[in-house]
Design a protein around this ligand. Structure first.
Ligand SMILES: O=C(O)[C@H](O)[C@@H](O)[C@H](O)[C@H](O)COP(=O)(O)O
Length: 260
């Protein structure tokens, strides 16, 4: 388990821009070292805000987009072209603007795809795709992602792992179907904590005063099932990227003065 590192930025726009710059550097370094990089995207306002900031970043094309594997931490189980799909929103924010290798963009199945309404079968198929991508050096059933990003819900959920929900308790499978999610839509697909914790680095994104309570709970020692964000950590780094509003309820001295 890696001790969470907290970085606080002035506001959500600057947090998104700084996180995007951080991601560019991380991807470029991975590609320089290993010839490839893998990143897990998250849905939601903060996740898509980061992608939009990355699309606008001057150094954006320092990334070799053809050698980048993109995965999703979760997906709303809707038809493929539904505007509420995390994939649809990521395409609009960034993906359609950069020359990715389509074979390396690993989209989670849609409800109008081969598995129809069976989100559990769709989840199993994505787990199999992850397993095929894992190498012996990964030492597990999913690749050791360079960066896995997670938005944080006001109830401390990450991906589609909600407090006290069965999916938040999963310890064996790497991807599960989620039913009855409190955040619409109710049916989703999500990586589980074992898959999340395979990542080299886990970055949690939270901006806005509506996240201040969740941030304080998750960083204040809450239980892993009661506050899934508290359970999300990377093998070598766990980084919380906040704005001042989301950090407002953290104990004084828990992080350096907010970066301007
Ligand atoms: O499918 C989803 O809804 C997201 O993956 C979800 O985990 C999101 O990241 C959080 O709910 C935070 O969302 P906001 O950044 O919009 O608050």
């Amino acid at each position: 388990m890696t001790t969470p590192q907290v970085v606080v930025h002035r506001d959500k726009e600057l947090m998104a821009q700084a996180a995007a710059a951080r991601l560019i550097t991380k991807i470029v370094d991975a590609q320089a070292a290993r010839g490839t990089a893998s990143v897990v995207l998250t849905g939601g306002r903060n996740g898509n805000g980061l992608l939009a900031a990355l699309a606008a970043a001057p150094a954006r094309d320092a990334i070799d987009w053809s050698r980048l594997d993109l995965w999703w931490g979760d997906e709303r189980y809707l038809p493929a072209d539904d505007p509420e799909r995390n994939h649809t929103q990521a395409r609009q924010a960034l993906l359609d603007a950069v020359p990715l290798d389509p074979a390396r963009v690993h989209v989670m199945p849609a409800s109008d795809g081969p598995y129809g309404p069976d989100a559990d079968a769709a989840a199993a198929a994505y787990a199999a795709e992850l397993a095929r991508a894992a190498t012996p050096e990964d030492h597990g059933p999913v690749p050791q992602f360079d960066v896995l990003m997670l938005g944080v819900g006001p109830d401390t959920h990450v991906a589609s792992l909600f407090p006290e929900h069965p999916a938040a308790r999963e310890t064996e499978r790497t991807v599960v179907g989620v039913h009855g999610a409190p955040k619409p839509p109710p049916t989703r697909i999500s990586l589980t904590m074992p898959a999340i914790r395979a990542a080299r680095e886990v970055w949690l994104l939270a901006a806005g005063e509506d996240k201040a309570g969740a941030v304080a709970i998750a960083l204040g020692g809450a239980g892993e099932v009661q506050a899934p964000a508290a359970a999300a950590y990377g093998r070598s780094r766990t980084l919380w990227l906040l704005d001042r509003a989301a950090a407002a309820k953290l104990p004084a001295g828990m992080y350096p003065p907010a970066l301007s």
